[in-house]
Design a protein around this ligand. Sequence first.
Ligand SMILES: Cc1cc2nc3c(=O)[nH]c(=O)nc-3n(C[C@H](O)[C@H](O)[C@H](O)COP(=O)(O)O)c2cc1C
Length: 176
Amino acid sequence: MNDAVLQAIRTRRVVRALTPDPVAREDLVTVLDSARHAPHAGNRRLHRYVAVTRPALLRALRMVSPGMLQRPTAAIVVCVDWARVSGYGFAATSPGPHVDVGTATATMLLAAHAVGLGAGPVTSFSRAAVGTLLNLPEQVRPELIICLGHPAAEQPPPMRRRDGTAWADVIQWDRG
Ligand SMILES: Cc1cc2nc3c(=O)[nH]c(=O)nc-3n(C[C@H](O)[C@H](O)[C@H](O)COP(=O)(O)O)c2cc1C
């Protein structure tokens, strides 16, 4: 039993209040590097990761991302190269590339937590505007942004679950 891993999984939370201190490049590299250890469908590398540290570019990202409630001092934009997806014979509707965005993101969120950074995923943003800001090739679509920074002492309350579903209600055993 690996207590450290379980402990990290259980204590990670989205961090939306960040200090203005910059993220050390070494920590950003550690977080980026963790994505290569995430499981990927068919072990193909159909994703591209854009690290953003320039304050003006981070501000511009915020302007086109209504879901970005934090002021990150670094960000990782997780993109899918849809030309490579079709090159591998995957249909555009294939769930693999999107699931891979999730596995890579979950792994990077845990890595950020492990190095003491605050992190939060954002999907509420204009794909077209972020693609333009980052000068991405047309076939490379930004799918999710991980905001990073140093956690502030005070955090806003976590987002409330609207339907009040208990965890026990979402797990079912041996159906059918
Ligand atoms: C696919 C995905 C998209 C998300 N998009 C946003 C977003 O746009 N803005 C935001 O503030 N949080 C976003 N979140 C974070 C969730 O709100 C957060 O994970 C949830 O409230 C549970 O909080 P916790 O991760 O701290 O347990 C997203 C999470 C996921 C997995």
